[in-house]
Design a protein around this ligand. Structure first.
Ligand SMILES: Cc1cc2nc3c(=O)[nH]c(=O)nc-3n(C[C@H](O)[C@H](O)[C@H](O)COP(=O)(O)O)c2cc1C
Length: 239
């Protein structure tokens, strides 16, 4: 028995609608998703206004932030300090990595940055670009996932350091886990000192529910969150 053209197209349209509904309800993880767009960051500078010694001395955990937008040049500088390529024509980065295997992946959660829409971005060190993977304000759910440390929601941006352990454990076995954590510390300290030298403030946040942070940011399964850095102009302190 053949279907009438009208009935067949009705079934097709219903099927398409159902499939769209299902894919919206269960969006793929970031690795399976198209990036919405890619933004080229301005070139970072290798010269700053503050000495390394002064940045070390001035670094303090900051948990109050002014409601003031950051500039793209500041974002570029901080991401470069975290994981930027520092070897001309090569692959080596701002922070050391066991076996140069580079297990860290950096995410940027934007609330208020001049010229950037709010959302979750993924940093690409090779191109020095950020890829928008989720649109919207994710700072509030991120703060809740960090055990309700709500100062995180007030920061204009947050950097989330994640790691794909397998890149390192495939060579170093169980000891690779230790190496990955050491590397997150290296990148985290670079972020802290770069932030201070730009006249900004941050605090290293390690208290959060891993699964909740992964869910909120829709992280690929292999990218495990290790460290969160809310960044902004410090509310109670100025350089
Ligand atoms: C691994 C690690 C995890 C931390 N987690 C948090 C956190 O979840 N929330 C927070 O407010 N501070 C956190 N801190 C910041 C410490 O409280 C802070 O570094 C400490 O009080 C020393 O103060 P200082 O950073 O100003 O020198 C963390 C620091 C480290 C090193």
């Amino acid at each position: 028995m053949s279907l009438k053209p009208l009935t067949a197209s009705f079934i097709m349209i219903s099927l398409l609608g159902y499939m769209t509904m299902i894919s919206n309800a269960f969006p793929g993880r970031a690795e399976e998703r198209e990036k919405i767009k890619s933004i080229q960051l301005p070139a970072p500078s290798a010269e700053g206004k503050m000495s390394l010694e002064a940045a070390i001395e001035k670094r303090r955990s900051r948990r109050r932030f002014e409601d003031k937008a950051l500039r793209l040049a500041q974002i570029s500088q901080i991401l470069w300090a975290a994981q930027g390529i520092t070897e001309k024509g090569g692959i080596k980065r701002a922070a050391p990595s066991a076996g140069a295997l580079y297990p860290l992946e950096i995410y940027l959660v934007v609330r208020k940055v001049e010229g950037l829409e709010a959302g979750v971005y993924h940093y690409n060190p090779a191109k020095h670009t950020i890829d928008l993977i989720l649109k919207g304000n994710y700072q509030n759910p991120l703060a809740r996932a960090c055990l309700g440390q709500m100062f995180i929601a007030d920061a204009p941006v947050c950097i989330v350091i994640t790691a794909e352990y397998e890149r390192t454990t495939v060579k170093y076995g169980r000891r690779g886990i230790r190496y990955v954590h050491m590397e997150a510390g290296h990148a985290g300290q670079n972020i802290c000192l770069q932030v201070v030298s730009l006249g900004l403030g941050t605090v290293s946040v390690g208290a959060f529910q891993d699964e909740e942070v992964s869910r909120v940011l829709n992280l690929p399964k292999a990218h495990r969150p290790l460290y969160v850095f809310p960044i902004g102009y410090p509310g109670d302190w100025k350089v």
